[in-house]
Design a protein around this ligand. Structure first.
Ligand code: BV8
Length: 240
């Protein structure tokens, strides 16, 4: 029985820049989240132990904001590429690895998505491990719906914590033919180290408003807003 090898396996790594034009802030841009919030206070386990109310309010605010935004043309173009793989218009496989905790990829229709830094619309119980979907506010005394103990935290990966799905991500990186980064500054590891990891066996492409910090890591850079550059790249791929 002849093995059907897909023509192309693509891993796309997305960051906050892909959701910027939907109205969600990035972290490091001038008016970004880190210009108003202290990383050590709101994005570390130590910060949560010190002041859980401050951290819960930070994520409650972002969760409320998420309800007011929609996927943009960049999210929709990636969902279209995945659909083209399913209905045979494109002979390939697409995996989206996102650092984003928003659900705009899924709302755009993407299914093959790994949230390596967690999800805003989930909380995690530190007593029983339950990770229920959560759309509203969560406070330090909010009881876990499974074990009823007041030990819920945002289901996100904070600095110093191990990212999620690393096994599946490492396997996909090892087997990809093309690696594409979209809207990420390449400053947070291990995500920032993926491009160097795949350079020996995959074509590397960066899509961003600005040139990458280390241009030599990329075979190709597409400079411009994600809502323009990502649909262009997908059309080119489907046209090829
Ligand atoms: C870990 C979740 C061990 C919560 C986040 C090696 C060297 C140095 C340090 C380290 C290292 N290894 C580990 C570390 C420590 C640390 C780290 O990297 N520190 C940095 C600051 C130096 N890493 C960790 O602690 C990680 N854990 O390493 O565990 C381990 C490792 C491997 C395997 C097993 C165990 C955990 C880090 C996760 C932290 N949590 N988020 C939340 O969201 O609140 S990180 C958070 O910040 C995001 O998830 C994202 O990852 C990062 C932000 O980066 P971007 O998404 O790129 O956003 P940014 O604002 O920076 O840039 C936006 C870009 O978009 C810009 O380039 C801009 O030009 C562009 N843009 C803007 N608008 C547009 C656009 N592009 C196109 N179109 C537009 N319209």
């Amino acid at each position: 029985m002849t093995q059907h090898h897909p023509a192309e396996r693509i891993v796309v790594l997305t960051g906050a820049g892909i959701s910027r034009e939907s109205g969600l802030e990035t972290f490091r841009d001038a008016d970004g989240l880190w210009s108003r919030h202290n990383i050590a206070d709101v994005c570390t386990p130590e910060g949560f132990r010190r002041d859980p109310m401050l951290v819960d309010r930070f994520y409650n605010g972002r969760r409320a904001e998420l309800a007011s935004v929609q996927p943009n043309a960049a999210h929709l173009a990636l969902a279209e590429l995945e659909r083209a793989a399913h209905d045979g218009r494109w002979n390939g496989e697409l995996l989206i690895v996102t650092q984003n905790i928003d659900d705009l990829h899924e709302r755009a229709g993407s299914r093959n998505v790994l949230h390596m830094h967690g999800e805003l619309r989930r909380v995690r119980c530190t007593s029983c491990g339950a990770t229920p979907e959560w759309l509203g506010d969560c406070l330090p005394d909010t009881p876990c719906p499974a074990c009823h103990r007041p030990t819920l935290r945002p289901d996100v990966v904070w600095f110093g914590e191990v990212p999620l799905h690393m096994d599946r991500i490492e396997t996909a990186l090892a087997g990809c033919d093309r690696f594409v980064t979209i809207g990420t500054s390449g400053t947070v590891y291990p995500a920032a180290g993926f491009v160097a990891q795949v350079r020996d066996h995959a074509e590397t492409v960066d899509i961003n408003l600005d040139p990458p910090q280390v241009p030599t890591l990329f075979d190709r850079t597409l400079i411009g807003p994600a809502t323009r550059m990502v649909p262009q790249w997908v059309i080119e791929l489907l046209g090829a």
